[in-house]
Design a protein around this ligand. Structure first.
Ligand SMILES: [Fe+2]
Ligand SMILES: [Fe+2]
Length: 325
C-alpha cells in the first residue's frame, strides 16, 4: 500500500463514524473548494490544499511524498526525535521499517490542532447541549490552543524523520473518532447498575486490561463506585484536545450523569464536583491504542502484508471483524 493510500483510508474510515456525519463534512469540503477556486495571489499560495479532501487537520503525512510502499510500520502514541533514533537503531539491526505512524500530532498536524477541534460541537449537541452554547464556549478554547501551539518548536520530529529517511504520518482525530464510536457503542449504550460495573466492563476490553495489569487502569475520578451512572457519554475521546470546562455544566444541564474521558483536566474535575457529574478517567494510552488498533484493522484489509512494530505506548491488538466497531 502506498503511504498516500494509507492516509486516504484512515480519513475515509474516520468519516464513516464522525459525529458530524459524512454528508455535513462533504458539504463543508465543497464550500471550501468553492472558496479556494475564487482565491488569488498569496491567499491561494499559502492555502493548505490537503484541506480540500481531508477534513482532519491533525492527521496527515508529515515526512515523505506519499508515493512510498508501506508494509512494515512502526507505530507509537507519542513519537519525537528519540523514537525516530530508536527506529534508526532498529533499522541498523536489520528491522525493516517503511513508515512511522504517530498518534499525537507533530509538525503541520500539530500546527493545525486547533482546527481539528470543531467537531466537539457535534459531540456536545449529540448529548443534548444547544449548538449555540457549544459553539460559543468552544471558540475561546480553540483560540487559546492556537496561541499556545503557535509558540512551539513544531517541526523537530518531522525533520528528524526526513534526515534519517523515514516517511511519517500522523493519525490523530482519524483514530480518536474510531475509539469514540467504539466506546459509545460498547459502553455508553449499555445499562450499568454502578460506576464500578462500568470500570469492570472497561477492563474486559483488551487494551484496558493490558494497561490495568501494568498499573494504569480506568479510574473513577469523581463519584463513588456504588453511584448509579445515569446517562453515560464519551464526550472526551475525540476532538483534538480537551474541550472548555464550561462543557461540564452544559452536559449536566443536558442530563448527563457520567462522563468517560481519556484525560480529565483539574478545572474540569472541579466543575464535575460542583455539578455532581460522575467521571471515569479511562487510561489515556489504552484509549488511544484502541483507536489506532481499529484503524490498523481497517488498513490490514487493504494491505495483507501490513506488519506493526509496537513502540512509544502502543500495543497492537487485532479485532477480527467489523462487529467490534
Ligand atoms: Fe487520541
Ligand atoms: Fe491522546
Amino acid at each position: 500500500m502506498k503511504l498516500r493510500k494509507l492516509i486516504e483510508l484512515a480519513v475515509d474510515n474516520a468519516m464513516d463514524v464522525d459525529p458530524r456525519g459524512r454528508k455535513s463534512i462533504e458539504k463543508q469540503l465543497k464550500k471550501l473548494k468553492d472558496k479556494f477556486d475564487k482565491m488569488e495571489g498569496k491567499d491561494k499560495e499559502y492555502f493548505d490544499t490537503e484541506r480540500l479532501w481531508n477534513p482532519y487537520p491533525d492527521s496527515r503525512i508529515i515526512a515523505g511524498t506519499g508515493d512510498e510502499d508501506i508494509e512494515t510500520v512502526m507505530v507509537g502514541i507519542d513519537i519525537e526525535t528519540p523514537e525516530i533514533l530508536l527506529a534508526d537503531r532498529l533499522r541498523e539491526r536489520g528491522k525493516k521499517i517503511d513508515c512511522i505512524l504517530i498518534h499525537h500530532p507533530e509538525g503541520r498536524a500539530l500546527a493545525d490542532l486547533d482546527k481539528a477541534m470543531g467537531l466537539q460541537v457535534e459531540v456536545m449537541t449529540a448529548v443534548g447541549v444547544p449548538v449555540n452554547h457549544a459553539e460559543g464556549q468552544l471558540r475561546p478554547r480553540m483560540d487559546r490552543i492556537w496561541r499556545a501551539i503557535h509558540a512551539d518548536n513544531l517541526f523537530r520530529t518531522e525533520r528528524a524523520a526526513e534526515l534519517l529517511g523515514f516517511p511519517a504520518v500522523c493519525c490523530h482525530t482519524v483514530a480518536d473518532n474510531l475509539v469514540w464510536n467504539f466506546v459509545e457503542k460498547n459502553i455508553c449504550k449499555k445499562e450499568f447498575d454502578s460506576l464500578d460495573d462500568i470500570v469492570n466492563a472497561l477492563r474486559e476490553i483488551p487494551e484496558y486490561a493490558h494497561y490495568a495489569k501494568k498499573g494504569n487502569p480506568p479510574i473513577i475520578v469523581n463519584g463513588s463506585g456504588s453511584n448509579r451512572p445515569g446517562k453515560v457519554v464519551a464526550t472526551e475521546f475525540t476532538g483534538g484536545t480537551n474541550g472548555p470546562e464550561e462543557f461540564l455544566a452544559e452536559q449536566s444541564r443536558a442530563g448527563v450523569g457520567t462522563i468517560l474521558s481519556m484525560h480529565v483536566t483539574e478545572k474540569t474535575l472541579d466543575e464535575a464536583k460542583k455539578h455532581n457529574v460522575n467521571m471515569i478517567q479511562c487510561s489515556h494510552m489504552a484509549s488511544d491504542a484502541i483507536g489506532i488498533n481499529l484503524l490498523l484493522d481497517e488498513l490490514s484489509k487493504a494491505e495483507k502484508n501490513l506488519s506493526v512494530i509496537e513502540a512509544a505506548g502502543f500495543i497492537r491488538i487485532k479485532r477480527s471483524s467489523k462487529r467490534s466497531r
